[in-house]
Design a protein around this ligand. Structure first.
Ligand code: FAD
Length: 401
């Protein structure tokens, strides 16, 4: 099929945002809000689906729980930003084009790259072929279907990080007929303070999750998982949550990336090799004083807001400001009725204070539900405003940083 060129006879400055996840939506709405009364800026958002993927709830999708339908094009209505549904298959950073579904080409003057990341199934033989993931809503639905049909048996969750803990707890709670085994190199909650970590262990124990820490998965086979040392664990389904990797598109485009394929940025979130490209969210390697940020919605949304503010400043002939971010919490669900929230220092190290039980459940739900209403409020704010996380919630700040 010949490529349909969208050369655009427009003289407007074309900003194309790839990915309508937490970071991409923050960038799109913030930028549209700041430029809505100005001629000459055209914002286009490209995403695989019209429905917003609430990635923070995919362990709920994986256990058959229905989520509210959130429509990206509907949210963009009235902002002036347009929506293009499609799969981004290539970026040409020299020609400044993006290829969509292999048959459409979009031109950009400024690109915002926000395609997120996925579980790294490439590191262990057999993981790519024989495991389920929470990479997308469709992937989570496949697991839900499998779990719903099992009746009995063993589900192995590979990876004892936060996604692994939340998934193991959710599966054990929703499917008490299944035996859930959580495998990982480190103990669940290893980065938390002793109180929060003990709470996580007690909750997993109460839910009947068998925790195997300090183990290395060597191979995944169709009906089992093999550990380094040779032990084999029979598994009727394996969910892989360990590690993250990003789309190879950025590297293929010639953008400078780190060892995990994430785009290396300068302090204003621009690609170090292609300053007309901004990289945000999980797809970006953003250095702060404490090191490179790790993928969270907590940090991803502010990167989107900051990229929008930077683009707006550059369009007005100003210099973008440096991006600064400090973590403030690690909220972890332990099924629907329990949770733990570890408060952190800006470098993500744990503070002494944490929440548990019903208070933590309410806190976690507030955090998980907040992005969509935040976008709605962003849409209506004056062009000088911006949203920034404060005390676990996104609140409006007057000066557009
Ligand atoms: C179960 C679970 C629980 C989590 N809980 C928390 C939490 O409590 N707190 C927290 O801060 N973080 C949490 N996270 C992490 C958080 O979800 C991610 O860090 C966040 O989603 C990153 O946002 P993003 O916008 O960079 O990417 P994403 O939200 O993944 O968005 C990327 C978007 O790009 C689209 N896309 C990707 N590739 C293409 C392509 N080639 N073409 C077109 N579209 C494409 C995707 O469909 C998606 O819409 C959790 C993650 C999981 C899986």
């Amino acid at each position: 099929m010949s490529a349909q060129q969208e050369t655009g006879t427009t003289t407007a400055h074309r900003v194309v945002i790839l990915g309508a996840g937490y970071a991409g939506m923050a960038a799109a709405i913030q930028l549209a809000a700041r430029t809505k009364r100005r001629e000459g800026v055209q914002v286009t958002v490209v995403n695989a689906r019209e429905r917003f993927t609430e990635r923070m709830r995919l362990h709920m999708t994986a256990t058959g729980q229905r989520l509210v339908e959130l429509s990206v094009p509907e949210l963009l209505e009235g902002t002036g930003a347009r929506f293009v549904r499609g799969w981004v298959s290539a970026v040409d950073a020299n020609a400044r084009t993006v290829r969509i579904d292999d048959d459409r080409v979009l031109h950009y003057d400024t690109l915002v790259y926000a395609l997120g990341g996925v579980a790294d199934t490439s590191a262990v033989p057999g993981a790519e072929e024989h495991t389920y993931t929470l990479n997308s809503a469709q992937d989570a639905e496949l697991l839900a279907d499998r779990l719903g049909r099992l009746g009995s048996g063993t589900v192995v969750v590979g990876g004892s990080g936060l996604t692994g803990i939340e998934s193991a707890a959710e599966i054990a709670e929703r499917h008490p007929e299944l035996h859930v085994v959580l495998l990982g190199r480190t103990e669940p909650g290893a980065a938390m303070n002793p109180t929060a970590k003990a709470y996580v262990h007690a909750a997993l124990h109460r839910l009947g999750v068998e925790v195997r820490a300090g183990v290395e998965v060597a191979k995944v086979l169709p009906e089992s998982v093999e550990l380094a040392g040779g032990e084999s664990i029979v598994a009727d389904a394996v969910l892989w949550t360990s590690g993250t990797r990003v789309s190879p598109l950025a590297a293929a485009a010639g953008l400078t990336v780190d060892e995990r394929g994430r785009i290396l940025t300068d302090t204003a979130l621009r690609s170090v090799s292609h300053p007309e490209v901004y990289a945000i969210g999980d797809a970006a390697a953003i250095r702060q004083e404490y090191g490179v940020m790790h993928g969270t919605c907590q940090g991803g949304m502010p990167t989107g807001v900051h990229a929008a503010l930077s683009i707006d400043r550059v369009l007005r002939g100003k210099q973008p400001k440096p991006f600064r971010f400090g973590y403030y919490h690690t909220p972890v669900s332990l099924g629907r009725g329990d949770a733990v929230v570890q408060f952190t220092r800006p470098d993500d190290s744990p503070r002494r204070i944490c929440l548990t039980g019903r208070t933590a459940v309410r806190y976690k739900e507030t955090v998980t539900a907040s992005p969509w209403p935040t976008y709605g409020r962003m849409k209506k704010m004056p062009a000088s405003g911006a949203f920034w996380p404060r005390g676990g919630r996104f609140t409006r700040v007057r000066e557009g940083r």
